[in-house]
Design a protein around this ligand. Sequence first.
Ligand code: 4AD
Ligand code: MG
Length: 492
Amino acid sequence: PKTIKQLLEPGSSSAAALTSITGHVRSIRRQKRCTFALIEDGSTSKGLQAVFKHGVRGEGTSTAMVEKLRQLTFGAGVIVSGRLVESTGPGQDVELVVEGLDGVEVVGRCDPDTYPLQPHHSGASSSSSGKHSAEYLREHLHLRLRTPGIQHTMRLRAKVKEALEGYLTGEQEFVYVHTPVITGIDAEGGGESFRVGKGEEGEEFFGRPAHLTVSSQLHLEAFQAALGRVYTLAPCFRAERSMTGRHLAEFWMLECEWGGESPSCDLHGLCTFVEDMLRYTIARFLHSGLSVSPPDADNELHRAAFSQKPWPRITYIEAIHILQQAQPLFTYPPTLGHSLQSEHEKYLAEVHFKSPVFVMDYPRGVKPFYMRVNPRTDMETVACFDLLVPRVGELVGGSVREERYGVLRSSMVDAGLIPSPPETEIIDSSSPHSPKKPLNPYEWYLDLRRHGSVPHGGFGMGFERLILWLGVGIANIRESVGMPRWKGWMGM
Ligand code: 4AD
Ligand code: MG
């Protein structure tokens, strides 16, 4: 048996041959002599119309046939056999004509009264479209996957992942590495990590405190020191307490880390790499047939992908000056030394530059400990960037990493991650028979600098944020992933 997609490929089957498909009924229209059902098997976004010629009901149709017609409801799982013929109706080139009802087998019934996705179900919004609201569908995540919007997003995710990985593993020769999900550290120091563990002593993992990773970066740096150019695409977990449309508690992050020249790992080199990678990815997306956005949004993405001018790069201080000129617009006044608020980020990309924009060199105090400290000017800053894009705000964050042992150590002491007197014994020499000595979970990261540190840098991009940007019509990040995890989740 072929998928609908394979069946619809030109020259895939002769008109006379009997073919069969397995799928779900996506819509149904009943007429006197015929029933039309749109069958979908997930291989295409359109499905295939099946036409059942059953004769006038009540006039010569058997009870068996009447029963089968009754079972043929929206959502039912079916195997349909028929012949592919040119369609006379609008909307499709071919349809599957089924003679009698022998060609239909209802393999999985779907009760119209209880199926939550029925168009007339009480969860449908009162609008005439009969569509279910996003909130309603989030209560039925397992079935939501069968709706066309989410199906499209799943295809988009798969295509975008393929494009990004193709870019990285192609000429750039990055190596995909698998970083751990369970860690002893809170990589971003934001206090947003979820603890893991089992047992009465509290949340511990084999006798040591453990967290779900908030970012793979620190481990990725250890892989970088061994393999040169590495990336990972991995789930990250953050106990985000706010219910914004841009934050999830579980999200996927693409993280890259490399050292040396071409691609250069200085601050401008990092920005150039990210811009090239995203231009490539957007172009692939625009040519994939998955772009269904309104033309103006398409133009915005089109410009981002193909404009001759590089995306603007400004410093944090320049950003604050621009924002202060527009101050009456904001709830939070832009203040030197403070982080940018999401309203500020959106203003810069969407209103001021109307383009993706890199903001570089943030104050040391608002960024994590691992970023390389810039030579001192008026303000102490770090060699980092955030990429801000229209409609989404922050899409990527990255930095040159602090490779100097002494500077890194004092940043870590300032952040309260390690005690100030150097620890003399850092090797965990415990055997299974002796009690474990306490081991500072951040010492291994310092070790990377003790033993042959080289300059390197990297970035992390929220995969769902990228889907929000490319997927244009997706209003909330909870619709950018199949099974979102966020504060309001239903526990499934
Ligand atoms: O800016 P962040 O926190 O940076 C890091 O974690 C670095 N360690 C990355 C690195 O340099 N390797 O997160 C990076 C990106 C953000 O720009 C955003 O796109 C996304 O991850 N992100 C989230 N996406 C969805 N939900 C959340 N709660 C997110 N938090 C961050
Ligand atoms: Mg960030």
